[in-house]
Design a protein around this ligand. Sequence first.
Ligand SMILES: [Zn+2]
Length: 104
Amino acid sequence: MSKDHSPHLSTMTLDELLLGGLSPGDEQQARAHLAECPACSRRMASTTNSANRYREQLTEMTLEELRARLEQPRAPKPRRTWRWGLVALGAAAAALGVFLALGR
Ligand SMILES: [Zn+2]
């Protein structure tokens, strides 16, 4: 850790370490620093906790939304989707026909 002005890991570095975004060399340096620096170790723990809490809340919200959707079987479904698919298929076939006709 010689290129940084601060002897400690930056918040950015902690985030990148958490997300696995550091290069192997930087990650090794960061982990070595964490192993011997209680201050950064605490910050890393706090960052990890926040990330876990965020993930749990997000998962919980997503699950609740899924449950809500499952409990509404009569939610309006896009029934015309297959028709638009046919229209698109027809248009593609027509375009192919024109292409073949012009190719002759
Ligand atoms: Zn430190």
